[in-house]
Design a protein around this ligand. Structure first.
Ligand code: PMP
Length: 427
């Protein structure tokens, strides 16, 4: 491994810039669902979907679109008409499920959420926000102020007034023993209680499936019940689809559609996979909300031509090859197979997921205590076996996260599951 590069990394980059693995990886190339490191080792990538590779590594259509656009015009400003930006915005609006949709492009998920906060607080003239416990929404000054997961929320000095709502996780804590119905009722009562004691909030921001928080979903109906309470009080709904968008959850194109009883959200934020490695984020909102800002605005790098060309090629590939359907089919098989694997291991508390977004929560055998050491050990051993995984969880990282590129094949799913089976058996 490249000790020299690691030393240089540590000498010049922040200590808090997290690196996976005791012997960190330097990836040098990728193809399909595989990546290679600097020493020439090949890995099946079960985490690339979160690290932004939505469809496949080095997708030829994306590589071609980037090269052609970069060779023609490598420039960025929203002060001039930008054909690739208009074309991607049209496509995103078409698949958004939001009536009269307008799209604003940013360069990251953090910035997308920042923009959504700017819009919601301006539209509602309130700087009070509701967010979920255990949530993750980004790294900027304002988005750490709506991030409920303490492991990722270093400051309490945010200018926002944030109230954290129950409903994110219940594997431990006071609601752990409740069934779905009782849990939903308790969370709705908690929300009403918060609303009764605060200034009217501008919005509630929520991830349909908590990503960094360990791939946990609220019970069916919980977000819809929240929505009804909030709508009566004029509180907007922001769905953070940075991890759940673009068909990842299999049954739905957007995560919010699993909770859609009361209609689409007021604002949707997206990022990560849409650029297949190029930096694209964005916000979708009804025109009335998007246009509430009273000053002019540009975004120098939001919607840059080369990233928009990549996004368009990637989204077209996703739709033409029905990768959402693939996520449903292959994700369903993988979930079933991993549940069988999990049933054999005393460390596995739960295997859960939707589509190609699967979490394996580990606890110390015979207890209900999170086991971050076991999760770290599985990550190391899986890597030694040629499989890359992610990890996440509540306030401790004890959930293995699986989010491969959406083109994962059945044979690759089986190959990865076999590695995990071996690693968990030997733990
Ligand atoms: N929202 C969610 C749900 C995320 O998972 C992330 C990234 N992990 C972000 C926002 C922030 O996105 P970015 O890292 O592109 O700023």
């Amino acid at each position: 491994m490249n000790r020299d590069l690691l030393g240089r990394h540590r000498a010049v980059l922040p200590d808090w810039l997290a690196l996976y693995y005791e012997d960190p990886l330097e990836l040098t190339h990728g193809e399909g669902r595989h990546v290679w490191d600097a020493a020439g080792n090949k890995y099946l990538d079960f985490f690339g979907g979160i690290l932004t590779t939505m469809t496949a590594h080095a997708l030829p259509e994306v590589a071609k679109a980037v090269a052609e656009q970069a060779g023609r015009l490598l420039h960025s400003s929203t002060l001039y008409l930008n054909r690739p930006m208009v074309e991607l915005a049209e496509r995103v609006a078409q698949v958004s499920g939001i009536p009269d949709a307008r799209v604003f492009f940013t360069t990251s998920g953090t910035e997308a959420n920042d923009t959504a906060l700017l819009l919601a607080t301006t539209y509602r003239r309130s700087n009070t926000l509701l967010a979920m416990r255990n949530s993750y929404h980004g790294r900027s000054f304002s988005t750490v102020g709506i991030t409920g997961n303490s492991g990722w929320s270093p400051t309490s000095l945010s200018p926002l007034q944030t109230l954290y709502v129950h409903g994110g996780v219940r594997t431990r804590g006071p609601y752990a023993h409740l069934d779905d119905r009782a849990f939903t009722d308790a969370c709705v009562a908690d929300l009403k209680d918060l609303l009764g004691h605060s200034r009217p909030p501008a919005a509630l921001i929520a991830e349909p499936v908590q990503g960094v928080g360990g791939f946990t979903s609220p019970p069916d109906g919980l977000y819809a019940a929240f929505r009804e309470v909030l709508r009566e009080r004029g509180v907007l709904w922001i769905s953070d689809e940075v991890q759940t968008g673009w068909g990842r959850t299999g049954d739905h194109f957007w995560g919010w559609q699993a909770h859609a009883r009361s209609g689409p959200p007021d604002l949707v934020t997206f990022a990560k996979g849409i650029g297949n490695g190029m930096s694209i984020g964005g916000v979708i909102a009804r025109a009335e909300i998007m246009n509430c800002l009273d000053a002019q605005s540009i975004s120098t790098f939001g919607g840059t031509q080369v990233t928009m060309a990549a996004g368009l090629a990637n989204l077209n590939h996703l739709l033409e090859h029905d990768l959402q359907g693939n996520a449903r089919r292959v994700g369903g098989l993988l979930l079933e197979r991993l549940r069988a694997v999990g049933a054999q291991s005393p460390y596995v508390r739960e295997v859960r997921g939707r589509g190609l977004m699967i979490g394996i929560e580990l606890t110390r055998p015979g207890t209900d205590e999170a086991d971050p050491r076991a999760a770290a050990a599985v990550l190391e051993e899986a890597r030694a076996g040629g499989l890359l995984l992610g990890k996440g969880g509540g306030h401790d990282t004890s959930t293995l996260r699986i989010a491969p590129p959406l083109s994962l094949t059945v044979a690759e799913a089986e190959e990865g599951a076999a590695v995990l089976e071996r690693v968990l058996r030997n733990l």
